[in-house]
Write a protein that binds this ligand. Structure first.
Ligand code: NAD
Length: 270
């Protein structure tokens, strides 16, 4: 169902790799809600992925940008404003990558070059993105910036590895930069802490299926899907949430406030 929630709004969506990506679903839903936007991803991901299908479907252009490179971000933000015909109302940072996770390197045996790279891609890129938007004064007043995160920033999930630290940094940047964006530009900045979701990044985490099934059984409403995450993100881009900022918002079917559920108790008694 469409509510025209984003009619007349312009934005940039990072991170649509394939149709499972949370950013992909967000782009589809944002289009249905009347938004116009530019899609972006790292050049290597554009070669591997199928983003052009999404671009056609949503009537949008694709601009490559490695989110760790400030010059790429500058180019992206300038071109996007030219294409869309003005300043931006929303930006989605839906980016995550850990080489330690990908290569099965244990948390107690990090390759620190990989740790640095993962931090840059998954977390510092959010600062770089916001600093570039801020310096270029590219956001409209009452605009909204959202990044996606996971609860391993607050609690221990052993196989989430160095991504836990990256997410803690990301959430902190949202608050710290969100202060200046709020005071100086009336722009809100939030993170959405999403349930485990079967995407390319999600499935890269060791033991992902067990992890997902456990969360499903623990959450009174069950895990939130990528499409449901897209819907929630749109509310934060809309004018209905203008005073929500500096928040880490759990979108997880209630998982984050659970101690134990009946299903898990029963499974442990077997
Ligand atoms: N899938 C989950 O279980 C889950 C749960 C909570 C939060 N998240 C977060 O959601 C976000 C989106 O991930 P997803 O699950 O949709 O997986 P995904 O693999 O579809 O998306 C990750 C994206 O990051 C992009 N990326 C990697 N390096 C980049 C770079 N240098 N520059 C620009 N883009 C780059 C990839 O190309 C890809 O499009 C991530 O921040 C992820 O950590 C995912």
């Amino acid at each position: 169902m469409s509510y025209n929630l984003l009619k007349g709004k312009r934005g940039i969506i990072f991170g649509a790799l394939d149709e499972n990506s949370i950013a992909w679903k967000t782009a589809e839903r944002a289009h249905e809600e009347g938004a116009e936007f530019v899609l972006t991803n790292a050049p290597v991901a554009l070669r591997m992925g199928t983003i052009n299908t999404l671009a056609e479907k949503t009537n949008s252009e694709v601009i490559p940008a490695d989110a760790t490179k400030v010059e790429d971000l500058e180019n992206l933000i300038e071109k996007s404003q030219e294409i869309l015909g003005g300043k931006l109302d929303f930006v989605l940072h839906s980016i995550g990558m850990s080489i330690n996770v990908r290569k099965g390197k244990h948390y107690t045996d990090q390759n620190y070059d990989w740790t640095h790279k993962g931090l840059d891609v998954s977390a510092m890129s959010f600062h770089k993105l916001m600093q570039t938007l801020y310096k270029k004064d590219a956001m409209n007043e009452w605009g909204s910036i959202v990044a996606l995160t996971y609860m391993a920033a607050q609690r221990v999930f052993p196989d989430y590895n160095d991504m836990a630290d990256n997410k803690a940094y990301l959430e902190s940047v949202a608050r710290s930069f969100g202060y200046f964006f709020g005071k100086d530009k009336k722009v809100r900045v939030n993170t959405i802490s999403q349930s485990p979701t079967p995407t390319s990044a999600g499935q890269g985490v060791k033991g992902f299926t067990g992890f997902m099934n456990y969360a499903e059984k623990m959450s009174p409403l069950g895990n939130a899907t990528a499409l449901e995450c897209a819907d929630y993100t749109l509310t934060l881009f809309s004018d209905l949430t203008k005073k929500v900022t500096l928040q880490n918002l759990f979108h997880d079917g209630g998982f984050s406030n659970m101690g134990v559920s009946q299903e898990i108790m029963e499974a442990m008694e077997e």
